[in-house]
Design a protein around this ligand. Structure first.
Ligand SMILES: *[C@@H]1O[C@H](CO)[C@@H](O)[C@H](O)[C@H]1NC(C)=O
Ligand SMILES: *[C@@H]1O[C@H](CO)[C@@H](O)[C@H](O)[C@H]1NC(C)=O
Length: 251
């Protein structure tokens, strides 16, 4: 279905843009958004108020966990006080509000999350800046490739971004997966391309909760939590070729 990507605006404090792609899969059980994209805000460092069916731009910054802090305070990656221009890498996505989407970042063709610092933060907004906590992606021992991110809105303004721990239930699916911190499946980094056979590209399953600017309830998170017992990856697997096709133009 819809596939889109956009690059960092020139006045973004972050310099590098990694390969991004967004793929939305409409599930038969989900209500389809009737309205088109009425959100004219494309810069993830600007404030937007959304309604269901709009596109919504947000960023994911990769750096070391410490790079997201100034003293003990975690700042938005949009904040120029952080030293991210020299060290961070940025991916920008524009999924459709209240559609379940799988975002992918291909890590086999040049971008290495461990060398970028190993952690990522999802963020959007300036005056109403929201950011997730830094979540571990990769170091020389372990690489986490599967994430669930919930974007929570209140009356159309982004309030919060939460990483949901998927648990270790799926670790038995592959002999390359190990359980770290008792709550996350990870690959051994040696088994990931280019060192090993496994494509450890990052997949972020996205969902929305809260209310839009007309106070309509966003319920794709409710759908994801119900569907999580099944593998959503099967639904997306036919998109793989399309996605890697798009990545080619970034490298
Ligand atoms: C890699 O990350 C894991 C999980 O966060 C941690 O337990 C381990 O100590 C780290 N290893 C290195 C070499 O940094
Ligand atoms: C990443 O890119 C490589 C090379 O283009 C491709 O073979 C692979 O399928 C891609 N991985 C994903 C998850 O799209």
């Amino acid at each position: 279905m819809a596939a889109s990507s956009s690059s960092a605006p020139s006045h973004s404090p972050l310099l590098l843009v990694v390969a991004v792609a967004v793929a939305a899969v409409a599930l038969a059980a989900l209500p389809l958004a009737a309205a088109g994209d009425g959100n004219g805000v494309y810069d993830p460092c600007s404030d937007a108020r959304i309604q269901r069916g709009d596109g919504f731009s947000f960023g994911i910054a990769f750096a070391s966990a410490a790079a997201f802090y100034s003293g003990s305070v975690q700042l938005s990656p949009c904040d120029r006080r952080l030293g991210l221009p020299s060290s961070g890498q940025l991916a920008v996505f524009r999924p459709k509000v209240d559609e379940i989407s799988l975002l992918t970042i291909n890590t086999t063709t040049g971008f290495n999350p461990a060398s970028a610092g190993g952690y990522m933060v999802a963020f959007a907004g300036r005056k109403y800046a929201a950011r997730s906590i830094p979540t571990f992606v990769s170091n020389s021992s372990f690489t986490v490739s599967s994430f669930t991110l919930v974007l929570e809105f209140n009356k159309g303004r982004l309030q919060n971004l939460h990483w949901k721990k998927d648990g270790c239930g799926a670790c038995s699916k592959s002999s390359s997966l190990v359980c770290i911190g008792k709550q996350t499946c990870a690959f051994r980094t040696q088994s990931c391309k280019s060192q090993g056979p496994v494509d450890c590209s990052i997949g972020i399953q996205l969902a929305f909760s809260g209310t839009d600017k007309h106070e309509s309830v966003l319920n794709s998170w409710y759908e994801v939590s119900n569907l999580r017992q099944y593998s959503l990856y099967g639904l997306y697997s036919n998109l793989k070729d399309t996605l890697s096709g798009q990545f080619n133009k970034f490298f």
